[in-house]
Design a protein around this ligand. Structure first.
Ligand code: JFH
Length: 293
């Protein structure tokens, strides 16, 4: 997978030299190119921001450097060749017709990236979206700063490539760089050969279908007693069925506490009688039943 990143802070992306993703780059699984937006400015101060039209706080990123950056990284598709003057122009036919230009055609031929722009007003970034991005050959991330990027940049880019405005959640970062690092880590660990152990990915909570979207319960390793705290006996018992049941109980309790929204969308058929008992004990209403005592 090829990844391009445009930013005024290329140093943030030194993190991509490390660990899992660093290794994926060294082995050629990931081909990352970081670009300094200021390379597409032309004034002495390498200006990338200006005051917002309509007034208001802060500054907005100017469109011109962004336009030049996107043109350089994603060369505009060349116009179709002009037919020789003497040749008859064929009438439009089903076999000859195809999209004229723009995101659809170019995207289908794999010659343009998907442009991903972090913003607090984007669609939520989820595990499902990470999995979709993992299957794309080329991603281009645009990191805004200040109050964001002049909206015409996004509008024009959409005429040339698929564009997603994406949010990591309902909090406000100072710019897109950290959001892009988060997304690249979530996407990169899904690439075949990056994690090493294929099961680690399939088992994740949030992986579509995995563990029916319960949060993971507590995990333990050696030593068996640490600072007078023993590992729960059941995990040392060797009773695999009982261990699986205990883990599910813990997952249900933790999900009821931290993410009742996830439990609320569990279908009743996904809950057995024991699940209902654990939920009731956690003070969580179970579909048909009322919450007496
Ligand atoms: C980013 C910033 C916008 C305007 C009310 C809420 C926001 C500050 C580029 C993504 C997530 C981001 C994010 C992504 C890119 C940029 C800072 C933007 C506003 C009005 C203030 C600049 C922030 N999920 N959180 N933050 N900023 N306000």
């Amino acid at each position: 997978m090829r990844i391009d990143i445009v930013t005024i802070f290329p140093e943030y992306f030194a993190a991509l030299d490390i660990s899992l993703l660093g290794k994926a780059r060294r082995t050629g699984l990931l081909d990352v190119h970081v670009h300094d937006l200021r390379g597409w400015t032309h004034d002495r101060h390498r200006t990338v921001d200006d005051t917002p039209y309509g007034g208001g706080p802060g500054m907005v990123m100017k469109p011109e450097p962004w336009g030049e950056a996107l043109d350089a990284i994603v060369p505009p598709t060349p116009p179709p060749p002009t037919p020789p003057v003497s040749e008859p122009t064929p009438l439009p036919s089903a076999s000859a017709s195809r999209p004229v230009s723009g995101a659809g055609q170019a995207a289908a031929s794999g010659t343009v990236p998907r442009l991903i722009i972090p913003t607090p007003s984007g669609r939520p970034f989820t595990q499902a979206l990470a999995a979709q991005y993992e299957s794309e050959p080329w991603l281009l991330f645009a990191c805004g700063r200040y109050e964001g990027i002049d909206s015409r940049v996004v509008d024009e880019a959409r005429t040339r490539m698929p564009v997603d405005e994406v949010s990591l959640g309902d909090f406000v970062l100072a710019g897109g760089e950290v959001a892009v690092l988060v997304m690249i880590e979530a996407i990169g660990r899904l690439l075949p050969g990056v994690l090493g152990n294929a099961d680690s990915v399939a088992d994740d909570s949030f992986a579509p279908g995995a563990m029916e979207s319960l949060l993971e319960g507590p995990v333990y390793t050696k030593p068996p007693v640490w600072r007078e705290r023993p590992v729960p006996d059941i995990l040392l018992s060797g009773h695999h069925g009982a261990i699986a049941r205990w883990r599910r109980d813990e997952a249900i309790r933790r999900t009821a506490r931290h993410r009742p929204d996830l439990l609320a969308r569990l279908a009743p058929k996904d809950l057995d009688e024991r699940d209902r008992a654990v939920l009731r004990e956690a003070g969580f209403p179970v579909d048909g039943e009322d919450m007496a005592d």
